[in-house]
Each structure stands twice: as structure tokens, then as C-alpha cells.
Design a binder for this molecule. Structure first.
Ligand SMILES: C[S@@+](CC[C@H](N)C(=O)[O-])C[C@H]1O[C@@H](n2cnc3c(N)ncnc32)[C@H](O)[C@@H]1O
Length: 247
């Protein structure tokens, strides 16, 4: 069965929202972070992004995305949920040219930064979607389409009354898993111990996922350190990786 069609992108529709600047995890772009640079509009060659160019964004309406057409080749696709400033996405895509990376993010400066990194490093295997990740997965990605889903340092929503906003909860996990190919990977990382425990319980309870580790995974060397990981480590928090595979 294909993904349900959505008629149009409606900014007032449920699921589409302006970024909530009071949300945990929200931050203004860190202009001192490695990889960040404000676009220099006076530099030779500067031009406003060409929204029709490959790499700008995926279509935000209509039928499920044709990933082969989007990337211009048939290759395994990694979905990067909440790519933030995009430094991890760009680094992984550069180190992994045999796979294509689809980043989805709501934070416009982060999207702009990833676009700049993509262009600066000449990456041809990155595309960026602006909007709600779950809407993208639900409406625009067909089943069995993804080699991996990455959710690195998703907003922890620490207050119990906000837990319902968390990305990793049973129905979202079932949705993400349905878009993985059999054997595909769902990789989450967090520095929030209580969210890590909840992720472990939720992922373990999903009948379509299997954990090759006893519980948490060893930190894989291919996952770049991001601002949020550095922040968690600096605050003395442990970093948890959870790596599950679709059965
Ligand atoms: C705590 S940051 C982590 C960013 C990045 N993964 C990292 O490790 O540096 C969480 C990111 O998820 C994004 N985000 C939150 N909800 C989202 C949603 N529903 N769809 C897409 N991105 C979302 C936020 O804008 C933010 O950039």
C-alpha cells in the first residue's frame, strides 16, 4: 500500500507549525560552531538559493516522493530527522557517498546552513525537506523506502506533560519502521537518560524491530559529534545510542 496522499501543504494544518522557540532543544544558530558561516551576500558567485535546483528541497505536496528521481540515482537512502545545523548530516554524507541523505528539519537557519555545507563540499547525495518529519514520513515517503532513519538528539521534552510531543513513541516508531527496508536501521541518540530509557522500552516493545545489542549500542564511530552531544557531555551527561533493525 502506498503512502496516503495529501492534497496540499497547508501551514495551518495540524503537524505544520512554526518552530517553537521555547521548546527544549531550540536554539538560535550558533555562529561560532564549526561549519557555520553566514552567507556572504557580497561574495562573487553569491546568489539566492535556486529553489528548483537539486538539493534545495523535496516537493512539499502531492504524491509520495520518487526517491530515485529526487537523487538522480538508485541508492540506499538515509533519513536524518531534525538535522539541526546539518553538520552531522553533511559529514556523514561526505563519508558515505554510496548512500543518499534526506534531511528533514523545521529550523530555517539550520536548513540554510546545511544547504551552504552541501554546496561548499560539493555533496551530491544530500536533499533537504523543510517541515514536520512525521508528515514527511507519513504522506511523502513510501513503505520500504529507507535504508536507515537517524534521530540524533531529538528534543527531549523533559516535562511529563510534554512527553506526548516526543518523536520516539510507539505509533511514531511503527510509522518509521514501516518506511525502512527489511534489515534497515533505526538509530537514535540522546543525552537525556530518562528519554533514553523510554526509547529503549518503546523500541524493544515494537514487534517489527530487533536490537542486536543487549540494550544500548556502543557509540558508532560514523556518528559525528554534534553541538547537542558536546553540550550534553560538557554538562556531565552520558550519551546513549540505540540501534535497532527492522525484522
Ligand atoms: C535538539 S536538536 C538536534 C539537532 C541535531 N540532530 C544535532 O544532533 O545537533 C533537535 C532538532 O530537531 C528539529 N525538530 C524538532 N521537531 C521536528 C519535527 N517535527 N520535524 C523536523 N525537525 C524537527 C529541531 O528544529 C532541532 O533542530
Amino acid at each position: 500500500m502506498g503512502a496516503p496522499a495529501r492534497n496540499t501543504t497547508d501551514a495551518s494544518a495540524p503537524g505544520w507549525s512554526a518552530p517553537d522557540k521555547d521548546a527544549p532543544g531550540w536554539s538560535a544558530p550558533d555562529e561560532g560552531a564549526p561549519g557555520w558561516s553566514a552567507p556572504d551576500k557580497d561574495a562573487p558567485g553569491w546568489s539566492a538559493p535556486d529553489k528548483d535546483a537539486p538539493g534545495w528541497s523535496v516537493p512539499d505536496e502531492g504524491a509520495p516522493i520518487d526517491l530515485v528521481a529526487l537523487f538522480g540515482r538508485r541508492a540506499p537512502v538515509v533519513l536524518e530527522i531534525g538535522s539541526g545545523m546539518g553538520d552531522a548530516t553533511a559529514a556523514m554524507a561526505a563519508a558515505d557517498p554510496g548512500r543518499d541523505y534526506l534531511a528533514v528539519e523545521v529550523h530555517t537557519p539550520g536548513i540554510a546552513n546545511l544547504l551552504a555545507l552541501t554546496e561548499r563540499h560539493g555533496l551530491t547525495n544530500v536533499r533537504i525537506a523543510r517541515g514536520d518529519a512525521l508528515d514527511l514520513v507519513r504522506y511523502l515517503l513510501p513503505p520500504d523506502a529507507l535504508d536507515a532513519v537517524h534521530a540524533f538528539f531529538p528534543d527531549p521534552w523533559p516535562k511529563p506533560r510534554h512527553h506526548k510531543r516526543r518523536l520516539i513513541q510507539p505509533e511514531h516508531v511503527a510509522l518509521l519502521r514501516s518506511r525502512l527496508v527489511p534489515g534497515g536501521t533505526l538509530h537514535c541518540a540522546t543525552d537525556w537518560a530518562e528519554y533514553a530509557e523510554s526509547m529503549l522500552q518503546t523500541l524493544t516493545a515494537d514487534p517489527g524491530l530487533v536490537n542486536p545489542y543487549a540494550d544500548y549500542a556502543l557509540r558508532p564511530a560514523h556518528r559525528p559529534v554534534t553541538k547537542f552531544e558536546r553540550r550534553g557531555t560538557a554538562a556531565g551527561r552520558r550519551i546513549f545510542d540505540l540501534i535497532f533493525h527492522r525484522r
